[in-house]
Design a binder for this molecule. Structure first.
Ligand code: F6P
Length: 544
C-alpha cells in the first residue's frame, strides 16, 4: 500500500476515537491543549482549541502534508511554478505584495519591478481623482465611482471597502454593480450625476457577459447625457484584454493591466484594487498589502507545528474528507465584514470544488465543503438553531475585534459576549440531566421539566475556530484574507487538485449562450431537454 494511503487509513481510524471522545475531555487529557492550538501573530489571535482534533491527529495530518510535498508546492507558489497545470500558468498573487527587492521570474523575466511600477501608477491615478485634480468632462470633480465587475473582479473591492468603511474618504461614494438584473444598476443610477461619476470596469477577460452588459448600458447612459467625449474621461478599465477595452472605447491611459498569472479570485491585490485605493487612499492600501505580506512570510518560514494556514488547511481536510462534514459556516461578529462570507465562499468553493485531481483522476475523497454564513449577532436569530441542535455538525469560524473603532460605547462588549458565548455553548452543550435540573430549579414541575428537557438540551461538542483581532484595520484585513488564501492552497495541495482553475463555471455560460438567442427570437430548439423546453414555453406564455 502506498505511503499516502497508509496515512489516510490512520486518519480514518482516528475518526472512531473522535466518536467516543469530546473536545471537553480533550482539554482534561491535554493540559497544553490551549497553547498547542492557539496562534498569536501580528495583532491577531487564532484559537483552534475548540476543534475536534488532538495532537496525534495533527501529527498524522502533518505526515500527509510531508508525503504530499506541501512545502515543495508552496515553494512553487512563491517562485512562479506552473501550479495551474490545466491553463499552464503560475498563480502569483503573492508577487503582488512582495517587496521591491524580491525576484520572481515568469518566462525568464523578473515581474517584481512591473508589479511595483503598476502599484505606483494606480496609486497616483487614484490620488489625482481623490484630490480633485483629475476631473470629469465638465471640469467638476468626481464624487462617485461606479465599479462594474463579476466574481473576483467585484467581490474583492466590494468586501474590502465595506470592511474598511471607517477608512474611507467621505467625499467619494463608491457603488458596485455585478448582477445582470438591471434593477441593480437602475437603483445605483438613480443617485448618480454623470458629470461627477467615474465608471471603473473590472474584467480580466473583458468578456464576462454580465459585466459587459452593465458596461454597455452604463456607456449609453453616460454618452446620452454628456456626449461621446465622456468616454475618455469617465471610463476606466482594469483588464487583461487591452484590445477589447480599446474597442469598447477606453483610452490607453485609463487602462490598468491584470496579468495572466493573477487569478480572478486572488485579484484584489492587483490593479483590481484601484477601486480600493480610490476609497481608502494609497497609504491604507499599502498597509493592506503589508498585512498580507506578513502572512506570506509566516506561511513560508514557520515550522509546520506553528504554521497557521497549514494547520487550518489540514484541519479542513480532516473535517471534510475524514469526518465527512459537508459544510462550514463563517460568522463574522462585525457588520462591516458581512461581505467577507461571500468572498471566502468564492475563494474556497471555486478553488477546491473539484471532483478530479490535477491529472484528471476521479477523487476518492470528498473535497471542498460548502462555505456559507452571515454576520453575528443577526445570524443567531436565523440559522443558529440548526448549529446548536440540528443533526449536522457544522464547524464555525468566528471573527471578532477586541476593540471597536465605532463611537457608541457598550456595543462591542455585547458583541464580544455573544460571540464568545456562542462558541462556548457549541462546545460545552448542556446534557439532559443538567437541563432537567435547570428547568426544575426555574420552578417547573417534574413532569414539565422532563417533557421539555429533550427540547432544550444541547449535545455540544460542536467545533469552532475563533479569529480574534485587536481592531479591524487594513493590515488585519490583509492578514485575514491571506490566511484564507493559503489555507485553500494547502487544501488543494493535500487533495492534489488544481486550486487555480474553474472549469466548472463554463457549461452554464455555454448553455446561456444557447438559450439567449432562443429567448430573443421566441423559438425553441429540438435539442432542449423537456423540462427546459416547457419552462421556455411558460416564459413565452407569460410574455404574450
Ligand atoms: O466565475 C468565473 C470567473 O471566471 C471568476 O473566476 C472570475 O473572478 C469572474 O468570472 C470574472 O471574470 P472576469 O474578471 O474575466 O470578468
Amino acid at each position: 500500500m502506498r505511503e499516502r494511503d497508509l496515512v489516510w487509513n490512520k486518519l480514518e481510524k482516528a475518526r472512531q476515537k473522535f466518536n467516543r471522545t469530546s473536545i471537553l475531555e480533550q482539554f482534561q487529557k491535554d493540559p497544553q491543549r490551549h497553547d498547542v492550538f492557539s496562534f498569536r501573530l501580528n495583532n491577531l489571535f487564532v484559537d483552534l482549541s475548540k476543534n475536534l482534533i488532538d495532537q496525534q491527529v495533527l501529527k498524522d495530518l502533518q505526515e500527509l502534508a510531508t508525503i504530499q510535498e506541501v512545502d515543495k508546492i508552496r515553494e512553487g507558489l512563491f517562485s512562479g511554478a506552473i501550479l495551474n497545470n490545466t491553463e499552464k500558468r503560475p498563480a502569483l498573487h503573492v508577487a503582488l505584495r512582495t517587496p521591491k527587492s524580491s525576484v520572481i521570474t515568469v518566462e525568464g523575466i523578473n515581474i517584481v519591478p512591473a508589479v511595483h511600477r503598476q502599484l505606483e501608477e494606480m496609486m497616483s491615478f487614484a490620488e489625482l481623482i481623490r484630490s480633485g485634480y483629475k476631473k470629469g468632462l465638465t471640469d467638476r470633480r468626481f464624487t462617485n465611482i461606479l465599479h462594474i465587475g463579476s466574481g473576483g473582479s467585484l467581490t474583492g473591492p466590494m468586501m474590502v471597502l465595506k470592511a474598511l468603511t471607517s477608512y474611507q474618504t467621505p467625499h467619494i461614494q463608491i457603488d458596485f454593480v455585478g448582477n445582470a438584473d438591471s434593477s441593480d444598476l437602475q437603483a445605483k443610477l438613480r443617485k448618480l450625476d454623470p458629470a461627477t461619476t467615474l465608471v471603473v470596469i473590472a474584467s480580466k477577460t473583458f468578456s464576462t457577459q454580465e459585466t459587459i452588459l452593465n458596461a454597455e448600458t452604463m456607456k449609453k447612459w453616460m454618452l446620452e447625457r454628456l456626449g461621446p467625449s465622456a468616454l475618455s474621461k469617465h471610463f476606466v478599465a482594469i483588464t487583461g484584454n487591452k484590445n477589447r477595452a480599446n474597442s469598447f472605447g477606453i483610452v490607453d491611459e485609463n487602462i490598468f493591466e491584470i496579468w495572466e498569472w493573477v487569478g480572478g479570485r486572488f485579484s484584489l491585490w492587483s490593479a483590481v484594487g484601484l477601486t480600493i485605493v480610490l476609497g481608502i487612499g494609497s497609504e491604507n492600501f499599502k498597509e493592506f498589502l503589508r498585512g498580507a505580506r506578513a502572512i506570506d512570510e509566516h506561511f513560508q518560514n514557520t515550522a509546520p507545528e506553528m504554521n497557521l494556514p497549514l494547520i487550518l488547511g489540514m484541519l479542513e481536510i480532516w473535517y471534510t474528507s475524514i469526518l465527512n462534514f459537508g459544510s462550514r459556516a463563517i460568522i463574522p461578529y462585525d457588520h462591516r465584514l458581512q461581505n467577507f462570507v461571500s468572498y471566502i465562499q468564492q475563494l474556497e468553493m471555486e478553488s477546491n470544488g473539484k471532483s478530479v485531481d490535477k491529472l484528471g483522476n476521479k477523487m476518492t475523497k470528498k473535497t471542498a465543503a460548502v462555505v456559507w454564513g452571515a454576520e453575528g449577532t443577526n445570524a443567531q436569530h436565523s440559522f443558529f438553531q440548526l448549529l446548536h441542535q440540528g443533526t449536522s455538525v457544522i464547524p464555525c469560524d468566528f471573527l471578532i475585534a477586541a476593540v471597536s473603532d465605532e463611537e457608541f460605547t457598550g456595543h462591542q462588549e455585547v458583541l464580544l459576549a455573544n460571540c464568545l458565548a456562542q462558541s462556548r455553548a457549541l462546545m460545552t452543550g448542556r446534557n439532559l440531566k443538567a437541563t432537567t435540573k435547570k428547568l426544575g430549579d426555574s420552578g417547573l414541575s417534574d413532569k414539565d421539566s422532563n417533557r421539555l428537557a429533550p427540547h432544550s438540551s444541547f449535545a455540544g461538542n460542536r467545533p469552532s475556530t475563533m479569529f480574534l483581532f485587536k481592531q479591524l484595520t487594513p493590515n488585519i484585513l490583509g492578514q485575514l484574507i491571506a490566511i484564507y488564501e493559503h489555507k485553500a492552497f494547502v487544501q488543494g495541495a493535500l487533495w492534489n487538485i488544481n486550486s487555480f482553475d474553474q472549469w466548472g463555471v463554463e457549461l452554464g455560460k455555454e448553455l446561456t449562450n444557447e438559450i439567449l438567442p432562443l429567448l430573443q427570437n421566441k423559438t425553441l430548439a429540438s435539442n432542449l431537454d423537456p423540462s427546459t423546453a416547457n419552462l421556455m414555453e411558460e416564459v413565452f406564455r407569460f410574455r404574450k
